[in-house]
Design a protein. Sequence first.
Length: 463
Amino acid sequence: MIDRSRPLEVLQLRSVLFVFLIVFAALFLSLSKPPFQSPDENDHLERAYLLSKGQLLLESPEGSNSGGAIDTGLLQYVVSFFHLPTAPEAKITADHLAYTRTFQWSGERQFNVLPGTGFYFPAVYVPQAIGLLVGESLGLSVAISYKLAQLATLLVASLFLLAAFQRMPASVPTLVILSLPMSLFQTASTGIDFLSTAALLLALAIFSRAMQAEPADRPALSSLIGISVLVFLVAACRLHLSGLVLLIFFIGLRHSDLRAFFMGSVVTAAIGAWYAFSITTTVDLRNDQGAPPLEILLYYLESPGLFLDVLRETFSGDLPAYYLRSFLGILGWADTEFSDATYIILSLCLVAFVAIALARTCRFVPWQTMAVFVAVALISVFLVFLSLLVGWTPHPAMQIEGVQGRYFLAPALILLACLVPRPDLGRGIIWLETGLLLMFFLYSVYLVHDIIQVRYYSDVMCC
């Protein structure tokens, strides 16, 4: 029973109830959002299918991109939505949707390339794989199996969020980031964005609890194993979040715990080994950079001034404005934008919520914990640019290509973990802040739902 006179319990309840709001929003949006409209979602689902068949790694036939043998029924289902991505004028009709629901699992498999997924550790696809396996085993259509994969991903991510918020009530700015149109759009997907974000927040919550404890109170072994698994899971599918290993080492420093140092070392080695293996075994011929990634990396290591020049040129043009818009929400395959006025409103709301938190409703975590969060966030931002310079941008580069604002959602959440709700808040301010949060959440849901209707089903421009 929640004692409403105790603010921390009320704040914890608010965070937990917010998870259910996200689930309802994801289910609502999935009713109208066509499949495979999140970036590379088709490749992610096909990688999950391979995992459901017990295939952990991609194949790399000579002269071809890496990939795997995919059921032809699933391939037909994927191809039936190929006319939508990056074609804003393309629409979908009720007849076409009915047609896509007729595809069945064929039992025949055909090789298909999906090299972009070769760098992601396969464990992140377990929920989707279970959904597909259940659907195929029960003889359900591919469309229903897709929905099962979507539901399984949403369920596991939601459980991660519940576990995180039960350990550490979220600040309203954190909940606002999860409420942004970009975040909500990705919840209704079989991709890995929402799952990796939820795993990140759980890792941050475990770390925060460990850092709150007295130095003599060493964390339980289960907590150390939990944060180690989570950090590996996130970093092995999000290279720019590799700095999360610092969380484990700083737990060791805080509690003089050799177990944490050992586990941090194991996780660091495992992340390095995974990327060394995946980079050397995955063949990706989609983008000719003019030089191998290792050669490009050494080029900038030998001349760091050139890297700074490219970075300065990247921020001197219109790209920062694009980063902001795609942080707030450029949906679909980065082909569906809101109006300028909408981006201004979203930006002002985000700034206002952070300002209220700083001025009245939140306090900073202890400086040691805050220093770790800031360092990890900055490392993450740096690795976003470095990895896309080395692994995607044609060499030699004038600007860094391929960077999207949604890549900075995770660093933003890490930074906002520096803020925690004040334990002495009055009920009035809690209800006021919660009401404003709910209004923003509903506004974002409206925006996403409305633009889905316009983008995929209507010829009328709005938003």
